[in-house]
Design a protein around this ligand. Structure first.
Ligand SMILES: [Zn+2]
Length: 247
C-alpha cells in the first residue's frame, strides 16, 4: 500500500446506504489514484487498532451506521485522531445510530439527527455556503441547488464546530410524512440555523462531517467533489499549516 494512505470504512450495523457507499468508494478510489495515495476499503473493524491505524493519515466513515466498533476499537480510533489523525464522516455516519459510542456521537458529530423528509424522500434544495473564507469552502459558490435526502438536526451540540454549509428551508419541503415521529423538521433561523456540514478540531486532529450523500449521484456532482477534495486537504493538513479551526 502506497503511503500516505486512506482508510475507507463502510461497516453498517444499522441502515446500509448501498448507493451512497458505492458513490463515496468510487470518489475515494479516483481521488487516491489521482493523488498517488494508498487506499484500503473495508467493512472489517479489525483494522481499528493502534498498529494498523498508524499506517493511515485519513479515515473516512463512509455511511458507517450503528454500533460498528468494539469499545477497544473505538478507543484506538479516538487515540489516533486526538494524536493528529484526520476524519471525513459522510451522511449516515451522522444519523444518530451511534449512541453506544458517546464520544463520537456528541463530540465528533455533535448535532443529533432528528429525521429527514420521507414523502418525497429526495428533493432539490438550496445549499448555502456559510463560511466563504474557510479553506474547505474555497471555490464553492455562495449557493447552489442539490438533490438529496435532507437531514435535520438538534444543533445544541454544534458548539466547537465551524458550520460550513446550510440549507434554505424555504427551497424544499422539510416535512416528514412517513418516517419517524416528528413531522415538522424545520430548524428555523435561516441557513445558519440548519447546518448540514461542519468542521472541527479533535485534540491535534481534525474532522469534517457532511450530511450530503445518500445517493451515489452526489459524489458525481462537481461542486460536492470540490467540497470533499478541499475537506480532505484541510483535515490532512500537517501541523505547520494548522492555524486553528476557525480559519
Ligand atoms: Zn440516507
Amino acid at each position: 500500500m502506497a503511503q500516505p494512505a486512506v482508510l475507507v470504512f463502510s461497516k453498517t450495523r444499522s441502515w446500509r446506504h448501498n448507493e451512497g457507499i458505492a458513490g463515496a468508494d468510487r470518489f475515494f478510489s479516483e481521488f487516491t489514484t489521482n493523488n498517488k495515495l494508498g487506499l484500503f476499503t473495508t467493512v472489517n473493524a479489525a483494522v481499528f487498532n493502534a498498529e494498523q491505524l498508524a499506517r493511515f493519515d485519513l479515515v473516512v466513515f463512509n455511511n458507517m451506521t450503528g454500533d460498528s466498533l468494539s469499545p477497544e476499537q473505538e478507543s484506538a480510533f479516538q487515540n489516533w485522531i486526538e494524536d493528529g489523525g484526520a476524519l471525513i464522516a459522510l451522511h449516515g455516519s451522522g444519523d444518530n445510530s451511534h449512541s453506544d459510542w458517546s464520544w463520537y456521537d456528541t463530540q465528533v458529530i455533535g448535532p443529533q439527527f432528528i429525521g429527514h423528509p420521507a414523502d418525497p424522500q429526495f428533493q432539490n434544495a438550496r445549499v448555502v455556503n456559510l463560511a466563504a473564507a474557510h479553506p474547505i469552502m474555497q471555490g464553492i459558490p455562495a449557493d447552489w441547488i442539490h438533490n438529496d435526502e435532507w437531514y435535520s438536526f438538534d444543533t445544541a451540540k454544534l458548539t466547537g464546530a465551524v458550520p460550513l454549509l446550510g440549507l434554505d428551508e424555504d427551497s424544499y419541503n422539510p416535512q416528514n410524512l412517513v418516517y419517524g415521529d416528528r413531522e415538522d423538521l424545520r430548524m428555523g433561523g435561516g441557513p445558519q440555523g440548519h447546518p448540514i456540514a461542519w468542521a472541527r478540531c479533535i485534540g491535534k486532529g481534525r474532522s469534517f462531517y457532511s450530511a450530503i450523500g445518500h445517493k451515489h449521484t452526489s459524489y458525481d456532482d462537481p461542486i460536492y467533489r470540490r467540497v470533499l477534495t478541499n475537506a480532505v486537504a484541510w483535515v490532512r493538513a500537517d501541523d505547520a499549516q494548522r492555524d486553528g479551526c476557525s480559519k
